[in-house]
Design a binder for this molecule. Sequence first.
Ligand code: GAL
Length: 729
Amino acid sequence: MRIVTDFNEDWLFEGRDRVRLPHNAVELPFSYFDEKAYQRPFTYDKAITLDPAWEGREVSLRFDGAMANAKVRLNGVEIASHADGYTPFVARLTQYLRPGVNHVNVLIDGTENPGIPPFGGVIDYLTYAGIYREAWLEVSAPIFIAQVKIETPDVLTKPQVSARVWLDNPQGLPLSGTLTAQLKDTAGAVVASTTVKADADLTLTLDAPGATLWSIESPALYTLDLTLSTPQGEDTHATRFGFREVSFTAKGFHLNGKPLKLRGLNRHQSFPYIGYALGKAAQDRDAEILKHELRVNMVRTSHYPQSTHFLNRCDELGLLVFEEIPGWQHIGDAAWQAASVENVRHMITRDWNHPSIVIWGVRINESQDNHDFYTATNAMAKSLDTTRPTGGVRYITGSELLEDVYTMNDFILGNEEQGGNRPRTPLRPQQEVTGRLDVVPYMITEYGGHMYPTKSHDQEQRQAEHVIRHLDVLNAVYGDPQIAGAIGWCAFDYNTHKDFGAGDRICHHGVMDMFREPKFAAYAYASQSLPDEGVILQPVTFWARGERNIGGVLPLLILTNCDEVELRYGSHPPKRVGPDRERFPHLLYPPVILDKRHFTKDELGLWGMSWEHAEITGFINGKPVKHLTFASDPVATTLQVQPDATHIGPHDAVRVMVRALDQAGHKLPFFPEPVSITVTGAGRRVGPGFVPLRAGSTGFWVQATGKGEITITVTSDRLGVSVTQIEAR
Ligand code: GAL
């Protein structure tokens, strides 16, 4: 049996602090910090005592991710190094371990080393130093299963599992024995099995008639359990995968032979204060937010391979993934390019069994064409995986198409404001972008972002325009069969370098803020989902008389998947209005837009004279399904403290949102008063303990420090004290 143990506890960081992995070397303030703070080397040390039971076995350490240039020493001898900050690496200890206590030292370097991707130019994101993912101690038989790749050919006609299995035999022992494979269905029942003679590199095939397909609605996951039996011992290995088939054609994207318009958002893997260093629970949660709150069907892991926890959750939820290699606009010298080609290998060999991943990004995001380099990255991808298409994200037009899909960041919307003479256009036609005579598989990988940065506390009118721009692009995508789909920039605001963003080291480009609190634009996405997933009814307003220029709330956009929406304003006659299919003909669920068209002159004259409360009701099939009330005189009433979960694992981090609400339960968008936060018991607070509310809310993560009760106390001078108990177990 292979024994995998948690190797995260009790690292000595910088010879000073006892820390647990995942770990962030330098905790940053929320904004306006010096990003050079973490751009230097750091050390991690840990003792490991040789266990006599390891005699004759293989012992190694696996690090899931460390930023960057990691060097691992055992008892002073360098035994492994790994430059890339986004992929795992293994340090084999076997031949170096000595009896008693051994000393592991990991040196990482947060310097932006221009010799390796993504560095060498400026980049619009931060690469927080630290051993920021988990580490594992693995003890196995001397001949063990090193790598498994599963393919599922012919899923629509005659589903099969084709598993390529590589064994490792570092001690060079004579190889004999057997390899047994068991295919388990979603319920864990064995549905097929086979046993073959062990070989260093072999392919197993299992028939899987009637296999349930993996889809976004029903992401069925199977497992292939392998057992290697050799005279030296047994090794086991489980791989989770799904039966599904993807294709991008000139007519769009198909999943299992059925067309699917891709509607996605880009995600950076960073969090406020703690950078990259949140573990499984927080990674899972981001996938859940994308799937269930934002209700997109695709995410791009801009601009690097992200946590396998995140990808596993995408597999489980049925959220499609565009994964890409590290980089941002800059292409370095030959050695740098060679490292980047290797990054393609690292990414694909780590992730090729995730059914959620449907395309590999094998260009440096938004770089210039480079025939030789990108021929090499594509060849590397194809040599490893012929089942998935490649893309390569560019913003240049007329780029050489070396990939299967022309993936384009189209920032044309808003360009008219730069003095261009093209009228406002959401997206350019495919052939104008590619400069080709033929129509090719084509997808939009970014839009929005820096073209219209929008803070959650920006004026309502700006936020309404932010919403409209996202809707305009979605509408254009749904209306153009030559576009497979579009992935907006971006899901969450993120910390960045001084060269980008609002100077505060934040790109306010998200449809959610850094705490994953929705801005109005979040509902542009959520509202494009079936009401079965939950009714969306989100008016783009704070319902105040003087927030907008001149005043009032018209035109009032209501993001909804209802058939009709009724507005009652004070004692005026109700207005019942359907979706605006004229303005947004292609959207699945156009918003309801209340404007001059819906009011008489007299009503418009009255509108805003004396500010009154409003009631907004959503109807489906004539029945009211959701009802909102807006007070005309909002006053700070409630301090809401909402953790994402009340029970967490002993090492999990849980997000807690704090909101100031009015008497109708709406957030007070301009309530800036600070709250103090204390966390006691089996958890610690990530970030500062005295923070302002921003746009009426703030958030923080609580990191469990073992098992037990955690008490979270949030105090506001105006709104009192809220005590919340959660349990780590
Ligand atoms: C793109 C880039 C993203 C981000 C975005 C901001 O050009 O690919 O990483 O910087 O702009 O809108």
